[in-house]
Design a protein around this ligand. Structure first.
Ligand SMILES: NC(=O)c1ccc[n+]([C@@H]2O[C@H](COP(=O)([O-])OP(=O)(O)OC[C@H]3O[C@@H](n4cnc5c(N)ncnc54)[C@H](O)[C@@H]3O)[C@@H](O)[C@H]2O)c1
Length: 291
């Protein structure tokens, strides 16, 4: 049984949008904060679109959709996060940005509010150190797309209290997700496998062995995966893949974790994936996954 009733999501990009869907769908009051009004508007359209598709597919009634939408508030004002029992960070993957966010949130939110980070590559302990409440701080790493994938890798920082970890674990279950416990370590569990595998697919494209669509089809049809690696990379974002590679390679020195040169070239060209409208494929930017 969780005492978490109001969930804050900081950052309304790829991950924040999915996490907001998860929270509102689970019946939580959901506050979505971003510094960019345009990002909030895009998130609102994507969430509306996701629930709209759920209604079309008979997974949700129009009344349930309306109630879920009514539970979400979007804001560019950090003070509006004051009622949150749990705030999940999905802002840029930058320690200074996360410290500034949590340092301010610590003054805005009451003492009982738990802070969580969805970071993929930074240390939970290091982010927590700038939060003003490292005992009430936890790693909650959702998987992409968060609205479809149930897994959340949960990691305590060195100073996280047992009570905080237990409360965050219950909140994760109340969100309808399936937590697993992992140490505060680069890649956690999933990216330890996924980053080298995705790099292998990029290297096949680099070497001209096959087109992205053929690689993805081979993996889906041959291995039964729901999504191919290049589709997945477009969803993850090539900029995020670079950060993941650097973090994992920095610790493991595993050659397959080293970032393929094509990733840096695609980032320089603005081909970040779905979020910029072009990656290995091209996109209509208001589309979101599933529903
Ligand atoms: N993309 C993935 O596959 C993935 C998977 C799991 C976890 N993550 C992690 O989730 C986090 C977000 O990643 P993303 O891919 O959603 O990024 P993104 O670039 O899609 O979105 C980030 C959002 O944060 C906003 N933002 C930046 N600074 C802010 C601030 N100070 N306050 C409020 N909003 C701010 C931006 O305007 C943007 O809308 C990162 O920590 C990343 O490591 C990413």
């Amino acid at each position: 049984m969780s005492n978490i009733k109001t969930v804050g999501v900081a950052g309304s990009g790829t991950m924040g949008t999915g996490i907001a869907i998860v929270a509102a769908r689970a019946g939580m009051d959901t506050l979505v904060y971003d510094t960019q009004q345009a990002a909030l508007e895009r998130a609102r359209r994507q969430i509306e679109g996701f629930f709209g598709k759920s209604v079309e597919r008979g997974k949700m009634t129009a009344e349930v959709k309306a109630a879920a939408m009514a539970r979400i508030r979007f804001t560019t004002t950090l003070d509006d996060m004051q009622p949150c029992d749990l705030v999940i960070d999905a802002v840029f993957e930058d320690l200074k940005v996360k410290h500034s966010l949590f340092g301010t949130l610590d003054k805005v939110c009451p003492a009982h509010t738990i802070f969580a980070s969805n970071t993929s590559t930074l240390s939970i302990t290091e982010i927590a150190a700038g939060s003003g409440r490292d005992d009430r701080f936890v790693g909650m790493h959702f998987c992409l797309p968060a609205q479809l994938m149930k897994l959340v890798e949960m990691s305590p920082g060195l100073n996280t209290s047992d009570a905080t970890f237990a409360a965050a674990w219950s909140a994760c279950e109340a969100l309808g997700q399936r937590p697993v416990k992992t140490k505060d370590n680069p890649g956690f569990i999933l990216n330890y496998f996924l980053v080298p595998y995705n790099n292998d697919a990029i290297r096949l494209v680099e070497a001209g062995v096959a087109e992205p669509a053929d690689i993805d089809r081979a993996i889906k049809v041959g291995l039964g995966y729901p999504m191919g690696p290049l589709e997945l990379l477009d969803l993850i974002g090539l900029d995020t893949q670079l950060l993941l590679c650097d973090a994992l390679y920095g610790v493991t020195h595993e050659p397959r974790a080293a970032c393929p040169p094509l990733v840096r070239r695609m980032i320089a060209a603005g081909h970040l994936g779905r979020k910029s409208g072009r990656g290995f494929y091209t996109y209509n930017n208001d589309a979101t996954f599933g529903g």
